[in-house]
Design a protein around this ligand. Structure first.
Ligand code: GLA
Length: 391
């Protein structure tokens, strides 16, 4: 880790940090807007991460310093309030509040975090802050929290404290990911499988549109409510349905015409996207995996984008431009928006020898079309969160 945040910690708090916790951002390969429908997702952790330095305090105050914003907030553990002046602080506030609600007692702490996960780019910088905070607080307070409970508590922090009704994917992969693997998660049972994913011929490219829509949170919560409405409608005819996860394709075809069109489109995306994830994972596990299987995987990613654009309606012009430019480069097998949508990043499956051509094409043409300078990150599948004592 860069030494500057450590020096800053010393300057701000007058002592050395005792603990370094870190948590990565993520890119979702396929399975979008399925997590809060009890469905399947297939993300991987990326090398971009949040580092959280921590030391204990004798009182019941948290001092939290953001290295990147160069701002500090303080709050009392007995009265944790939402802070609209310093929105970046709410993820850590939420985690401290939820830990206590869950019955874990905390002592005060000095915390300083820094990171390189692009903010608001759909790469889960907020989940990385939550998980890094949780790892730091767990270590500092020696709390008996199992690894797979960390994402559950962090999701609650985001749902209940930040009021973003996100699913569990981001926090889960940020905590549980393994280098060289994708993480296939059943968001209902929280059972997961690490799927080996390292191939010298293929790379994952992340193409940042640099567009951030202000209304993401309300549009996201609205999509979630529409899915819940879909479940309520379908339950009238098929009472076994608890979530869109339970709806088979045949069942959906039977009832589709009786549903309001917008709701039907949202449901169709989720139901078909779950199938794509299962197919993707099944193809990756083929023993006799051949080059043409990559093309099939790319096709599933393309179908996912079309569905997110036309049925779920969470794409935007810049994301569509980015996907089209990427897919026009020979050797790009498939590309799709990743994360919540409404801006942010595109993820592309690319043959290694095509990465440079892709990069050049995007740098020039995305700028020509949109007037925005994009960013490109090539990342391999990275490790999940960790915390260690510094001595
Ligand atoms: C955001 C949320 C996730 C997930 C994705 C869409 O990243 O935090 O829980 O719903 O959007 O797949």
């Amino acid at each position: 880790m860069d030494v500057k945040p450590v020096k800053k910690f010393k300057a701000v708090f007058g002592e050395q940090p005792h603990i370094l916790a870190q948590a990565p951002g993520r890119v979702n390969i396929i399975g979008e807007h399925t997590d809060y429908n009890d469905g399947f997702v297939l993300p991987m952790a990326i090398e971009h991460r949040v580092n959280m330095l921590a030391s204990p305090r004798a009182d019941r105050t948290i001092r939290l310093f953001s290295y990147d914003f160069s701002e500090e907030v303080q709050f009392a553990l007995d009265d944790i309030q939402y802070d609209s002046q310093h929105p970046w602080s709410n993820y850590s506030r939420g985690v401290a509040a939820i830990f206590q609600q869950a019955g874990y007692s905390l002592q005060g702490a000095n915390l300083l975090f820094s990171g390189n996960v692009p903010i608001g780019a759909g790469l889960s910088s907020s989940a990385a802050v939550e998980v890094a905070t949780a790892m730091a607080l767990r270590t500092l307070n020696k709390l008996p929290i199992a690894d797979d409970q960390i994402p559950v508590l962090c999701q609650r922090a985001e749902n209940e404290f930040v009021q973003m009704k996100c699913g569990i994917m981001d926090q889960f992969v940020s905590t549980m990911a393994r280098r060289g693997h994708l993480l296939f998660l059943d968001c209902r049972s929280l059972e997961y499988k690490l799927v080996p994913f390292s191939n010298s011929e293929i790379q994952i490219a992340i193409l940042n549109t640099k567009v951030k829509r202000e209304l993401t949170q309300s549009a996201y919560n609205e999509r979630r409510a529409q899915c819940e409405q879909g479940v309520r409608i379908l339950q009238q005819w098929a009472p076994h349905i608890q979530a869109l996860r339970d709806v088979s394709w045949t069942e959906f075809q039977r009832y589709r015409s009786r549903m309001p069109e917008v709701i039907a489109k949202r449901c169709e995306h989720v139901i078909s996207e779950n199938h794509r994830v299962l197919e993707f994972v099944q193809i990756l596990s083929i023993k006799d995996f051949k080059a043409h299987h990559w093309r099939k995987l790319g096709m599933l990613m393309r179908q996912s984008h079309v569905s997110l654009r036309d049925l779920y309606e969470v794409s935007c012009w810049e994301l569509d431009v980015m996907v089209e430019l990427a897919e026009s480069v020979p050797g790009v097998l498939g590309a799709r928006l990743t994360g919540a949508g409404f801006g942010g990043c595109v993820v592309a499956l690319v043959q290694r020898q095509a990465v440079e051509a892709l990069s050049e094409k995007i740098q020039q043409e995305y700028l020509n079309y949109t007037g925005i300078q994009p960013e490109i990150y090539i990342s391999s599948a990275a490790d999940g969160a960790s915390a260690k004592m510094l001595s």
